[in-house]
Design a protein around this ligand. Structure first.
Ligand SMILES: NC(=O)c1ccc[n+]([C@@H]2O[C@H](COP(=O)([O-])OP(=O)(O)OC[C@H]3O[C@@H](n4cnc5c(N)ncnc54)[C@H](OP(=O)(O)O)[C@@H]3O)[C@@H](O)[C@H]2O)c1
Length: 256
């Protein structure tokens, strides 16, 4: 990808989202990175931390709560007015939690809450930013999924049984959503001055973040690597609409 891209990551104030900006910012300082956070003050703190870590790229913060449509629309308006387009959207923010009890009501609440954040919000954020992505020359959307989203790995017994079923199933749905988004983009007619969007879904691996009480085995910077590769590669290098991970020193496709 050429220089001067505008790259927005949801949930960028900590964890893998923060590491994505850190790694991209150090390696591609010519780009602008927008930290889309539900708490702008945590975004501002993250910017200071990134600068202390040596990131010299332009960093910007915008309020975006993936569960709040008003903030999604406002964030897109802000990006439109300030930058006029968006080159890369990274849908990173997500949640995982167990039902509060075994009651049917709590089970329903848990599934609906998880799907609202991990699926409906990805659809809402992406469709709101789509007109801005269509103004970029080589637009791409990277959805942060999980190995838990691989039905093949679960069915093969490669993954231990899920502790949080709603989460794993939401990530399988995110993979399916990525495929459908790519198909609908490929079938789209018309051109708003930019290129067609390439969609990717990724597995960062089990990373040490607040998501799992810092029990993961990978440094989140290593988990971010697959996103860095997809965000910076020449167009067409990695199969669009595919499910990717970076393991054992290289990129590989994850079975659906
Ligand atoms: N960690 C792992 O081992 C692992 C493995 C596979 C996949 N993943 C995926 O990686 C992604 C990032 O996870 P992580 O490990 O970095 O988690 P994390 O450290 O818990 O960070 C989650 C991020 O999402 C944000 N977020 C949550 N709800 C939000 C909302 N409503 N609006 C905006 N932002 C919201 C959080 O913001 P606040 O600070 O405001 O809460 C935080 O920035 C997720 O999609 C997760 O499913 C993680």
């Amino acid at each position: 990808m050429s220089s001067l891209h505008v790259i927005l990551t949801t949930g960028a104030n900590r964890g893998i989202g923060f590491s994505i900006i850190q790694s991209l910012g150090l390696r591609s300082p010519q780009n602008t990175y927008i930290l889309a956070c539900r708490s702008p003050s945590s975004g501002a703190d993250a910017v200071k931390e990134l600068q202390n870590l040596g990131v010299k790229a332009k960093l910007d913060v915008v309020e975006l709560d993936i569960l709040n449509d008003e903030t999604i629309v406002k964030a897109a308006k802000y990006v439109e007015e300030k930058y006029g387009r968006l080159d890369v959207l990274i849908n990173n923010a997500a949640i995982a939690s167990r039902p509060k009890s075994e009651s049917l009501a709590d089970m329903r609440e848990n599934f609906n809450t998880t799907f609202n954040a991990n699926i409906t919000s990805v659809m809402a954020v992406t469709s709101t930013f789509l007109p801005l992505l269509h103004k970029a020359e080589e637009p791409r959307v990277i959805n942060v999924s999980s190995a838990r989203g691989s039905v093949t790995r679960s069915a093969n017994g490669q993954m231990p049984p899920a502790v949080v079923v709603s989460y794993g199933v939401s990530k399988s749905a995110l993979n399916a959503l990525t495929v459908e988004m790519q198909r609908s983009e490929d079938a789209r007619e018309g051109n708003e001055g930019g290129g067609k969007v390439e969609y990717f879904t990724i597995n960062p691996g089990h990373c040490k973040t607040g998501f799992n009480g810092f029990k993961g085995i990978k440094d989140p910077l290593d988990g971010a690597e697959v996103v860095v590769q997809l965000a910076t590669a020449g167009r067409g290098k990695w199969t669009k609409g595919g499910f990717w991970e970076f393991e054992e020193g290289g990129m590989r496709e994850v079975p659906w």
